[in-house]
Design a protein around this ligand. Structure first.
Ligand code: UDP
Length: 319
């Protein structure tokens, strides 16, 4: 198989590339290195089946030859991370909407299947848990910039589904819940790499709000397995899937667990949301996926436990 991964120098993209190469596939990556890094793919560049294009998915002339020669497109390029969204809202909206529009338009010309990485953010601040794929989304006002991310990804989903129904383009939408693993950066606000780096440096571990908010984390290898299983299942075309797992932990407990596992001297400190993000920032108290649909289609359950995931992430950051 020849695979195109947009955003393949990013955290999840680089793990997907690695997995596809390890089974002998050919992998083409396009990445503008806005949040991705060359060091994420440095170990892959020696493989003759790996090809890298530096550029943006909004550059149509770059996409055409890549899509034409590949059998499938994994569209992972996106502006992600709550901090990036708040600091660079224009870039977030444009990258997510215009970029996806271009990927779908070009893929449709060659009728190549597109796997779209979406996000649990599209559920917004609904308090009904667990989240099911056909649940309503609940968003805050447009004056709160964090909702632009959810809306931009929801538009991506609408557009992908529109291509599926109207143009018969095969697509699959994956709503990724909090995914963790080596190579994820804390630079854009992600909690696990942030806590691990703070703990290893003996800096204060910054828990936002009162730390009672909960998240469920899934290890990147399990996410990659599910992504490939769904990409290769023709019955999954035109469908939306939650990708995650149901076991939750509070952010405060997570901070203490990271501190313990790193033998850190750090203090765990509480930082008000207004200070951490922007005035009036709204956080989700819980974010739990209903994974019965993905389970029914793939039969695969995420296997890596949170302590195992944290151990691998700590080792990565120690190096
Ligand atoms: N968080 C935190 N300290 C940090 C970064 C994040 O307490 O330094 C919290 C954040 O407010 C949220 C949770 O950790 O409640 C998960 O944040 P992340 O940005 O990783 O993911 P998301 O909010 O998209 O679930």
């Amino acid at each position: 198989m020849r695979n195109l991964i947009t955003g393949g120098a990013g955290f999840i993209g680089s793990h997907l590339a690695e997995r596809l190469l390890s089974r002998g596939d050919e992998v083409y990556v396009i990445d503008n290195l806005s949040t991705g890094k060359l060091e994420n793919i440095a170990h892959l560049r020696r493989n003759p089946n790996f090809h890298f294009t530096l550029g943006s998915i909004s550059e149509e002339h770059l996409l055409h030859p890549l899509v034409e020669k590949c059998d499938i497109v994994y569209h992972l390029a996106a502006a992600v991370g709550v901090r990036l969204i708040i600091e660079k809202p224009v870039e977030t909206i444009e990258t997510n909407i215009l970029g996806t529009e271009m990927v779908l338009k070009v893929s449709n010309q060659y009728k190549k299947k597109v796997i779209i990485a979406s996000t649990s953010e599209v559920y917004g601040k609904t308090s009904k848990v667990p989240f099911r794929e056909d649940d309503d989304s609940v968003y805050g006002p447009t004056t709160k910039s964090r909702w632009s991310y959810a809306c931009s990804k929801a538009i991506d989903e609408f557009l992908a589904l529109a291509y599926f129904h109207e143009k018969k383009l095969p697509i699959v939408i994956l709503r990724l819940f909090n995914t963790i693993g080596p190579r994820q950066t804390g630079k854009y606000g992600m909690v696990v790499p942030t806590f691990v780096q703070q703990a290893l440096l003996n800096h204060p571990i910054t828990v936002f709000g009162d730390g009672s908010q909960k998240r469920s984390f899934t290890y990147v290898d399990d996410v990659v397995t599910l992504t490939i299983l769904l990409a290769e299942d023709s019955k999954a075309e035109g469908e939306v899937f939650n990708i995650g797992n149901g076991s939750e932990i509070t952010i405060k407990e997570l901070a203490h667990q990271v501190k313990k596992m790193t033998n850190s001297q750090s203090d765990v400190v509480l930082v008000p949301y207004d200070q951490a993000y922007e005035r009036g920032f709204e956080d989700m108290q819980r974010r739990v996926p209903d994974i019965s649909k993905v389970d029914k289609y793939t039969g695969f359950h995420p296997r890596t436990t949170l302590p195992e995931s944290l151990q691998k992430i700590i080792e990565y950051h120690r190096q």
